[in-house]
Design a protein around this ligand. Sequence first.
Ligand code: 13P
Length: 230
Amino acid sequence: MTDTELTLRRQMVQTCRKMNETGINQGTAGNLSVRHGDGFLITPSSLPYDGMEPDDLVEMGWDGTYSGRRPSSEWRFHRDILKARPDVNVVLHCHSAFATSVACHHRTIPAFHYMVGVMGGNTLRCARYATFGTQALSDAAIEALEGRMACLLGQHGQISLGTTLEGALWMAVEVETLARMYVQALALGEPPVLSDDEMERVIAQMKRMSYGLGPEEEGANDVARPRKPA
Ligand code: 13P
């Protein structure tokens, strides 16, 4: 194993532990993958993250062959997302409580709050239900993720994507936070939704200001920037 691969495996283990620390994951739920070499690295199935070591991560090829431990039961959607989305390097799945609560009602989260835009559009979609570990679930997830960096999975959980491990973890915590706010806002009735025009402005502003959606736009002259030392 090269030093680069060992570093990546260590970073994956750290991210898995942070999934538990942030409260978005528990027990043997959840899984994580990162594009690597001629395929990807993925968490093994049913191994709690507390005791997981870099060697436990499974190397998989695009054809579904693997070496080492048995890969996550959700390897199909990890593989299919990484294949379909060259803009993404990391796929994170968990059963965070509020996102899953909304997904249990098959609700798409509308633009009740501008931060829905950080997922790339004016909705956080919910994928139709399919049995865990199946191609049908992978197909449903790919559809719900079109043009988005996250989705809910009907009666199951959430998927968050990133170009980096930190980015995917950040996105998953955002999804959970938004879902919690949505559930709480619903206690006072269905909240009003921001218009499509406003969400377009929000997303443009997020892109310009590097708000979770990528690098700050070149030449933007009214964004805050650090002073050069005198
Ligand atoms: P694995 O332990 O096989 O990754 O399964 C956990 C899970 O969340 C299934 O959706």
